[in-house]
Design a protein around this ligand. Structure first.
Ligand code: FE2
Ligand code: FE2
Length: 300
């Protein structure tokens, strides 16, 4: 497979150019980036105890449709205990602080995708340790949005092809930055940042490769669902839960996403939370997408 090439430069949080546009991400370049970062020396911080993160996330979990998804209080407490274990280095915490200030939607999206990924991983995995591992890439999956101009992230009008290219840059930018900040191009956070818009049938980006990584796919499904149910400037309303799940079911029918994860998501959205393996998914489409939706099923 050919190595991906950066369409735009990648800047660090200190606004220093790490790599220019046009750089091919060869193993040698990635090795150089990984050793140039200061990963080992930076102290790590528990993400959930930082600032108002835990309170904010509790509040997001009370909002529809997450109030149904997280209606089991004991389970939610367990998920919080698992999420509390996650420690991030300073730059990764700075990413959260930046978006809390500058683009609250991206901050909220980051936290809800983390919580939903953790829940789906718990539903799908037999033991808690594997579940925690499966959700590790979630909190920083959109780290590369630091390299996307804020007006593009917040744009209410249809994106131009250039806007779209700038937005899609976040996948590789996140990969490069997280390789730099973690010191490892194979770190789950770096891999999830790079691959969460890839699909099983090779229809995604940045490399259009056939996604075959369960951890990344859990993040991808959570990402798509959260993007659909959110109120965004580019459409007149959010998708209701039913229509959002139907859109995701269509992606399953097209071979873009795995059925086990879709089933887990559907089961979490039913009030009685049935066993996901026995969760029947109707292929009938009765939902109505919101009017003026300019984005279709594209996450973000
Ligand atoms: Fe993304
Ligand atoms: Fe996302």
């Amino acid at each position: 497979m050919t190595e991906p090439v950066l369409s735009y430069p990648v800047f660090t949080l200190d606004n220093e150019q790490l790599l220019p546009a046009g750089t091919r991400l060869t193993p040698d370049i990635l090795k150089e980036i990984a050793s140039a970062g200061n990963a080992p020396e930076t102290p790590h911080i528990h993400m959930l105890t930082h600032a108002t993160v835990a309170d904010d996330l509790r509040e997001f979990c009370r909002q529809s449709p997450y109030d149904v998804i997280f209606s089991d209080g004991e389970q939610l407490d367990l998920l919080f205990r698992q999420m509390e274990r996650l420690r991030l280095s300073r730059p990764l915490i700075d990413f959260l602080d930046f978006f809390r200030e500058q683009d609250f939607y991206t901050y909220q999206h980051t936290l809800t995708v983390f919580a939903l990924s953790m829940l789906l991983a718990h539903v799908l995995e037999d033991d808690a340790e594997s579940a925690v591992r499966e959700a590790l890439g979630a909190p920083t999956h959109d780290f590369g949005k630091l390299c996307v101009p804020l007006p593009v992230l917040k744009k209410a009008d249809p994106l131009t092809p250039i806007d779209r290219r700038q937005l899609e840059h976040h996948a590789l930018a996140g990969y490069v930055l997280l390789t730099y900040y973690t010191g490892n191009p194979l770190n789950p956070a770096a891999v999830a940042a790079r691959d969460h818009h890839e699909r099983k049938d090779g229809s995604g980006y940045p490399s259009a490769k056939k996604l075959n990584d369960h951890m990344v796919e859990i993040v991808a499904v959570s990402d798509i669902f959260d993007a659909l149910i959110a109120t965004r400037p580019y459409r007149r309303g959010a998708f209701d839960t039913r229509t959002a799940l139907e859109q995701i079911t269509v992606m399953g029918e097209e071979g873009k996403l795995s059925w086990d994860i879709i089933r887990a998501l559907v089961s979490c959205n039913r009030r009685d939370h049935p066993d996901y393996a026995e969760c029947h998914i109707s292929l009938e489409k009765r939902g109505t997408p919101p009017q003026g939706n300019l984005y279709g099923v594209t996450a973000d």
